[in-house]
Design a protein. Sequence first.
Length: 42
Amino acid sequence: MTKIATALSVSRNNIADYCLFIEEAGMIAQLRNSTGGIKGLG
């Protein structure tokens, strides 16, 4: 997450939200396990 935030010059805290927005737009599909929330993205 930190590397992505650095590459995009945005806050690390926003990356999870951005990924969700991109997924809802149909541009990506995120892989998830049974763990929910931000921990699941890690």
